[in-house]
Design a protein around this ligand. Structure first.
Ligand SMILES: NC(=O)c1ccc[n+]([C@@H]2O[C@H](COP(=O)([O-])OP(=O)(O)OC[C@H]3O[C@@H](n4cnc5c(N)ncnc54)[C@H](O)[C@@H]3O)[C@@H](O)[C@H]2O)c1
Length: 316
């Protein structure tokens, strides 16, 4: 029998957060979404407003929050370079002060808390694929550092609150996720290519396009997050990689998007930005073993749903 929980989702107005709120509601839980809408959008959650089990508060996690909840999913953080580089100091504060505030709240109300960390903690990895025990290769003072180092510090805080205060914490390291409700112009590669293809612009590939990424469809990501949160409290805190290990070069992705949209767009090569990692691929054996989790949605199917969504955004 399901026990109904009161669950706080910070960053619930964003891409992943909105899907998470939706999924948790569909499971019968009460959901409180806290977002300052720095880069989220109310349209992502407007369809949930009718539910009496759903509430939204405009709140910046760099300030304390006093609510009574059983679980906290801490997603609040600008996640794309365009957004996190717009105000790097606020990005770092969101990761660090946000983690301290949400951990403080979890400690006060004895809630279980999950942090959405990122594959960016591996930086430009010197080992491939990346396992959780790899410590990373991160530039501490570069233009991506506000995000990468902020997330690393947040992981440290989660681990220390667990060790020092016995808090029940979980750390998920998410690799690139994509799907409907991605921001249409925040520069993330999947949405970028689709929008460029749908509007007849050239697809901008940075470097020679041989750098690889792995893309996990949003439904798979959300299932993984919930499975990690729901895992029996046996002291396991993570970190745990969640992502799709099937690797594609950026050039392959660009060609696939052109083909699937039937676009006449061409590919345009640009200089590689600073600290752009050459390869990214998760080793997900830990998630497969402990959660029996494996992504199940193929890139072609996920892209179809994402293209449909972004077509709607352009038309509206
Ligand atoms: N999408 C991915 O591929 C991916 C990969 C790795 C990690 N993540 C992590 O998952 C989380 C969600 O990512 P997303 O893709 O949904 O990003 P997103 O930008 O769509 O959502 C982030 C949300 O957090 C909110 N936010 C930002 N700063 C805040 C603050 N100070 N207080 C309250 N709310 C704030 C934004 O308004 C937005 O709604 C982020 O923490 C991100 O680092 C995402």
């Amino acid at each position: 029998m399901l026990s109904v929980k009161r669950i706080l989702v910070t960053g619930g107005g964003g891409f992943l957060g909105s899907h998470l709120c939706e999924k948790l509601l569909s499971k019968g839980h009460e959901v409180l979404c806290a977002d300052n809408f720095f880069c989220g959008n109310k349209n992502n959650i407007i369809h949930l407003y009718g539910s009496p089990r759903f509430e939204v508060i405009r709140h910046d996690v760099t300030f304390p929050l006093y609510v009574e909840v059983d679980e906290i999913y801490n997603l609040a953080c600008p996640a794309s370079p365009v957004h996190y580089q717009r105000d790097p100091v606020q990005t770092l504060k969101t990761s660090v002060h946000g983690a301290i505030n949400m951990l403080g709240l979890a400690k006060r109300v004895r809630a279980k808390i999950l942090q959405t960390s990122t594959s960016e903690v591996y930086g430009d990895p010197a080992v491939h694929p990346q396992r959780e025990n790899y410590w990373g290769n991160v530039n501490p003072i570069g233009i991506r550092s506000c995000y990468d180092e902020g997330k690393r510090a947040a992981e440290c805080l989660f681990a220390d609150y667990h060790r020092q205060h016995g808090l029940r914490v979980k750390i998920a390291r998410l690799f690139n996720s994509y799907g409907p409700r991605m921001h249409p112009n925040d520069g993330r590669v999947v949405s970028n290519f689709i929008i460029q293809a749908l509007t007849g612009k050239n697809l901008t590939v940075y470097g020679d396009g041989s750098q690889t990424r792995s893309f996990c469809y949003v439904d798979d990501t959300i299932d993984g997050l919930i499975a990690l949160m729901d895992k029996t409290d046996d002291g396991f805190i993570g970190p745990m990689n969640l992502g799709n290990p099937t690797e594609f070069t950026i050039l392959e992705l660009a060609n696939l998007v052109i083909e699937m949209t039937g676009s006449k767009s061409k590919i345009e090569f640009r200089d590689l930005p600073q600290d752009d990692p050459a390869r990214r691929k998760p080793d997900i054996s830990l998630a497969a073993e402990l959660l029996k989790w494996n992504p199940s949605i193929a890139l072609i199917d996920g892209l179809q749903a994402t293209i449909r969504h972004l077509k709607g955004v352009i038309e509206s």
